[in-house]
Design a protein around this ligand. Structure first.
Ligand code: ZN
Length: 309
């Protein structure tokens, strides 16, 4: 029996390319190109998008134009713009923009929490709950991601009991959802299935989102395992852009195009037009000036959408 909230025939995709994807790029993409990326995703049918990160611009210069990006985006009541924030100061900045939702981050290990956001793991829980509270008080929504939930770049294995306890503590603030992130791409499907199942059991009707990086080529398998275990939302980035400036050797998010192909061919609807995303991925490849990890964008959709006769 499934706990809670599974929608039977679909999964929601959050496009994170404009934030997680770009923040580890050595070159800073101009604001108008970020906006174009987000608009391409909206045009393809994406309805929740990570648009910016309200973090210290000296630490993450790629995200220094967060306010400008938000200013340039179209008003829409159909699309949810998500701003990543790591502390109350970031939340205040984000709430001064038209962002619909704050994404807070609690980190499963002390070493990674300290490097990523200058907090202990325990402190990050309290701060994430405060951020969710600030979002709600401002009439927006707030959610939280447990980062390094499947492994830490500095401490190695993460005790799943710790992640489950964190989820329970985070659920008390009533976030829109709780995300489980494999920030450094070490998870495998059996581990994903076990953790999603255990976390869902302690957070009641709060939905689970899953976030995978493809560092060891297990990302799509993990996404499928998370879906089967009851996760209702998956993060991915156009082209498979991505990384993390504070996680050594972390590589891209799972590619949106490849994830859509896997889901659609498996009968799982997303509401997103894969061919439009492939086109957007080809455009982004040109912007970045190098091949991106997404494989469906190179190989093409199947069956071919244009008759060959
Ligand atoms: Zn990530």
């Amino acid at each position: 029996m499934h706990h809670g909230v599974r929608r039977m025939n679909g999964v929601e995709i959050i496009e994170v390319g404009a934030r997680d994807g770009l923040q580890n790029e050595p070159d800073i993409l101009p604001t108008e190109k970020k906006v174009a990326l987000i608009q391409a995703a909206i045009a393809a049918g994406v309805r929740r998008i990570e648009t910016a990160s309200f973090v210290n611009p000296r630490r993450v210069p790629q995200m220094a134009d967060a306010e400008a990006v938000m200013e340039a985006l179209p008003d829409s009541d159909k699309v949810t713009y998500i701003g990543l924030v790591l502390n109350e100061r970031g939340a205040e900045r984000a709430l001064a923009t038209r962002v619909h939702e704050l994404g807070a981050v609690a980190v499963a290990s002390d070493s990674f929490a300290m490097r990523n956001q200058g907090q202990t793991s325990f402190e990050s829980i309290g701060i994430a709950n405060a951020i969710v509270g600030m979002a709600k008080a401002a009439g927006r929504s707030g959610q939280v991601t447990i980062s390094a939930a499947f492994g830490c770049p500095f401490e190695g294995e993460i005790d799943p009991d710790h992640v489950v306890a964190m989820a329970e503590a985070l659920a008390k603030a009533g976030p829109r959802e709780i995300g489980l992130a494999d920030t450094i791409g070490v998870a495998v499907p059996s581990q994903v299935k076990a953790l999603v199942t255990r976390v869902q059991a302690v957070i009641g009707n709060i939905p689970i989102r899953a976030h995978f990086h493809n560092t060891r080529n297990t990302g799509l398998a993990n996404a499928w395992a998370a879906y089967e275990a009851g996760a209702v939302t998956l993060d991915s980035s156009l082209g498979g852009l991505g990384g993390c400036p504070f996680a050594p050797k972390a590589t891209g998010n799972i590619p949106t195009e490849d994830l859509l192909y896997l889901l659609h061919r498996s009968g799982v609807a997303t509401g997103i037009d894969l061919d439009a995303m492939i086109e957007a991925g080809q455009w982004l490849t040109g912007i970045m000036g190098r091949p991106l990890p997404a494989m469906v964008t190179k190989a093409g959709n199947f069956p071919p959408q244009t008759a060959l006769a």
